[in-house]
Ligand binder design. Structure first.
Ligand code: IDP
Ligand code: MG
Length: 138
C-alpha cells in the first residue's frame, strides 16, 4: 500500500505547543488523517518502536526522549505518501532541513526533531499496525 505513511509528533513539538500547526501543515499539503492517537509512550513501547536502532549509540537517549512526554501518532493517506512526507518533514538534523520543512520550522535538535516519518512502504504498514488495528473505515 504505497498511499499510507505513519507519523508521530514528538514530545518536544507537543510540549512546545506546535501540535495544531504541524497537523495543519500536513493537512494543507494533501495528507488525510486515517487514524490518530494522543498517547504517552511507555519505555517498552518506545523501545519496541525503535528496535531497528537498538545498536545505534543514541538508542537509549532516543527512548528516554520519546517517553519524556505525550506524542501524537497518526496514519496519513496521500498518493506517494512515504516519499512526499519525508520531503515535507526535511532532514533528520534540523540544521540540514530545507527552509519551510516541518523540522526546519519546529525541530530543536537532531534528537528532538519534532516529527517522525516512515522510511518505506513496508515500515509505514508495520508502524501503523503498531498503534492502530484497522485503517479501512475512513
Ligand atoms: P529519521 O527520523 O529522519 O528517519 P533515523 O535515522 O531513522 O532518522 O533516526 C530515528 C530518530 O533517532 C531521529 O528522528 C532522531 O530523533 C534520532 N536520532 C537520529 N540520529 C541521531 C543522532 O545522531 N543523535 C541523537 N539522536 C538521533
Ligand atoms: Mg527513520
Amino acid at each position: 500500500m504505497s498511499n499510507i505513511t505513519f507519523t508521530m509528533i514528538k514530545p518536544d513539538a507537543v510540549a512546545n505547543g506546535h501540535t495544531g500547526k504541524i497537523l495543519d501543515h500536513m493537512i494543507q499539503n494533501g495528507f488525510k488523517i486515517k487514524a490518530m492517537k494522543y498517547i504517552w509512550l511507555t519505555e517498552e513501547q518506545a523501545g519496541k518502536f525503535y528496535a531497528v536502532h537498538a545498536e545505534r549509540p543514541f538508542y537509549k537517549d532516543l527512548v528516554s526522549f520519546m517517553t519524556s512526554g505525550p506524542i501524537v501518532a497518526a496514519s496519513l493517506e496521500k498518493a506517494n505518501a512515504v516519499g512526499d512526507f519525508r520531503k515535507l518533514i526535511g532532514a533528520t538534523n534540523p540544521k540540514d532541513a530545507e527552509t519551510g520543512t516541518i523540522r526546519n520550522l519546529y525541530a530543536e535538535s537532531i534528537e528532538a526533531n519534532a516529527v517522525h516519518g516512515s522510511d518505506s512502504d513496508e515500515n509505514a504498514q508495520i508502524e501503523s499496525s503498531f498503534f492502530f488495528s484497522q485503517l479501512e473505515r475512513f
